[in-house]
Every structure is written in structure tokens, then in C-alpha cells.
Design a protein around this ligand. Structure first.
Ligand code: ATP
Length: 309
């Protein structure tokens, strides 16, 4: 049996009439990267903040690192043992990067080497710069360093790459993987499909306060992802109209036309129909990914901003 670091049973959180978390149960295992994936307002931050002992649940049984979050002493012990990157991380603006990390390190009995953290996050050259003079991406990296400063076994990262450009996002993923390799358990919330798919051992898809599915990315894809698809790049409305005569499942994505391959013969039928029209297009085969799973389970997509459409 794998050790549970977090155990949640029937967690509810209500704000007046709003049910933000609607009876969820799950476990997080030692050493895994566990992601909660869902659109804005799904209840992710509420759940994490309850696990971090900064909000109280309306009801439910929850233990973190073997401590009951309902007891005051338990909650205090949890707070000292975990690491947190909140969604709205802030530091002392007038202090330098290193001074900030020294300040955070001083709060705890033990801490990781500041130089090593700066090095892992590519912040060595910025260590003497004032926090308030840094770009958003660099500030966020200081936040990551701060989340790991007390050498915690369990770290909560709430939307760690929101608003970052793709290169910095990838560097952040690399850092998170390195921390996992050191045996840390990481609880991640995100609305980026790719982030959840690339990083996580298991993903809980959360929609309107409920867990719609929870499994490894590959199991989610094989259970809910459906078939491979043909993508006709830039084929446009005319191609869509033609394919739609044969296939109800054809759909448009921007100017691309997407056709799920339910039967190998579909490929031949589709190509014949398009060639007969004399259309020009490029084609590729796309395997299902977490985005397909999400679409299947919820009927909608998450935009870059985290809103749904
Ligand atoms: P986001 O990605 O925007 O952070 P989320 O999935 O983390 O979204 P929550 O922030 O947990 O979602 O919000 C869940 C629901 O609870 C939303 O409808 C939100 O408006 C509501 N909510 C959150 N905090 C409060 C609060 N303090 N008072 C009232 N309602 C709240």
C-alpha cells in the first residue's frame, strides 16, 4: 500500500448560497505530483486553501501528513511542515531576492540552501536585485523558491505558471520535476491542460465543485479520450460541409477540420470526398490528449485565461 499524504472524505465548502466544493473525496500519495485541473471557479483554490489550513471546510474529514486539519494543534503542525505557492504570491518589495529568501528561511527551524535554490531556478544573477524591480516571471520564481525553502515533504502550487510565457513555463516544469525526484509530494492546481498532462502522476478533473474523473493521464485518455482524429489543416468551411455529409462527428477548430477516426475506412471515405472537391489541405493524425478528455467529460473547453467556452 502506498502511503497517503493527504486524505479527503466528503469535503463540502459553502459560501452562503454558493457551494464551492460539493462533496469530494480523494487521496494524494507520497512522492506523486497530483494535479487538480479545472476552469476558473471550479473550486480548486478553495480546496487547496482548506488543505493548507487557511480556510475551514463546511464539512468533511481531512488529514494532511497524518494530522487532522480540524484540530488547532494539528493545523499548526501542518502549516509548519508544508510549502505553499499561493496564487497571489508577494514578497518584501524593498528587499533583494536573496534577502527575501533569507527572511523566509529564518521563519523555519530548517531550510534548504538558498544558493542552491537560486541556482536551480536560474536566479543567481538576480539575487541582489530588489523584488519589486523584477518582472512577473522572476517574481514567480522567487515564489517557487519560497515554497520550497523549508525543505517541505508536501508542497502546494496554486496555478504556478499562470501568465508566464511558454519558455519560463517549461523551466518551471523542469524545476517541479526535479523537486519530485527528491521525493517531494506536489499538489498542483492548474487550468492548463498541457501542464497537468506533462507533469502529473494523477489528475483530478474538477468541475463545479465535483470531481468528474481522477486517474493517471494515460488512463484518463484511454477511458475518456476517444479515438484518434484526422486534422485537415486550414481546410475551412467547404471541407467541413463536405465531411459533415458523411460524418456527424466532424467539427471545426478555428479553420481546421477535425474528424475522429472511428473506423479505418473513414479515412478513405473522407479523403475521397475531399479530393473530389479538389480541395488543398495538409493532414495530420492527432492522438487524444487531456483536452479531449476534458471536453468529453464537461462539454466545454478551458481558454488560456482559465475561462470556459
Ligand atoms: P480560480 O482558478 O479562479 O482560482 P478555482 O477553481 O480556484 O478558480 P475557487 O476560487 O475555489 O475556484 O472558487 C469556487 C467558487 O467559490 C467560485 O464560485 C467563487 O466565486 C466562490 N468563492 C471563492 N471564494 C469565495 C469567498 N471568499 N466568498 C464567496 N464566494 C467565494
Amino acid at each position: 500500500m502506498m502511503e497517503e499524504v493527504i486524505r479527503v472524505r466528503n469535503l463540502f465548502k459553502k459560501y452562503g448560497n454558493i457551494t464551492a466544493v460539493d462533496g469530494i473525496s480523494f487521496d494524494v500519495r507520497k512522492g506523486e505530483i497530483f494535479a487538480m485541473l479545472g476552469p476558473n471557479g471550479a473550486g480548486k483554490t478553495t480546496t487547496v486553501e482548506i488543505l493548507e489550513c487557511v480556510r475551514k471546510p463546511t464539512s468533511g474529514e481531512i488529514s494532511v501528513l497524518g494530522e487532522d486539519i480540524g484540530s488547532k494543534e494539528g493545523a499548526n503542525r501542518i502549516k509548519r511542515k508544508i510549502g505553499v505557492l499561493p496564487q497571489d504570491f508577494n514578497a518584501l518589495g524593498r528587499l533583494t531576492v536573496r534577502e527575501n529568501l533569507e527572511f523566509f528561511a529564518g521563519i523555519y527551524d530548517k531550510h534548504l540552501s538558498i544558493s542552491e535554490l537560486l541556482d536551480m531556478l536560474g536566479l543567481q544573477e538576480k539575487e541582489k536585485e530588489r523584488f519589486d524591480k523584477l518582472s512577473g516571471g522572476l517574481q514567480q520564481r522567487v515564489g517557487l523558491a519560497a515554497a520550497f525553502i523549508n525543505d517541505p515533504d508536501l508542497v502546494f502550487l496554486d496555478e504556478p505558471t499562470t501568465g508566464l510565457d511558454p519558455e519560463i513555463r517549461r523551466a518551471t516544469w523542469h524545476f517541479i520535476r526535479e523537486m519530485k525526484a527528491r521525493g517531494k509530494t506536489i499538489f498542483l492546481t492548474t487550468h492548463y491542460m498541457e501542464e497537468a498532462e506533462q507533469l502529473s502522476d494523477r489528475i483530478a478533473i474538477i468541475v463545479k465543485g465535483k470531481i468528474a474523473a481522477l486517474d493517471t493521464p494515460s488512463n484518463l485518455i484511454s477511458s475518456y479520450g476517444g479515438s484518434k482524429s484526422l486534422v485537415f489543416k486550414n481546410a475551412g468551411e467547404a471541407a467541413f460541409g463536405t465531411l459533415r455529409r458523411f460524418f456527424e462527428t466532424a467539427r471545426m477548430d478555428g479553420n481546421d477540420v477535425i474528424l475522429p477516426i472511428e473506423n479505418p475506412r473513414d479515412i478513405q471515405i473522407a479523403l475521397n470526398a475531399l479530393f473530389e472537391m479538389g480541395l488543398n489541405f495538409e493532414m495530420e493524425v492527432k492522438s487524444p490528449n487531456i483536452e479531449y478528455v476534458f471536453l468529453k467529460l464537461t462539454g466545454y473547453r478551458i481558454k488560456e485565461t482559465g475561462e470556459v467556452e
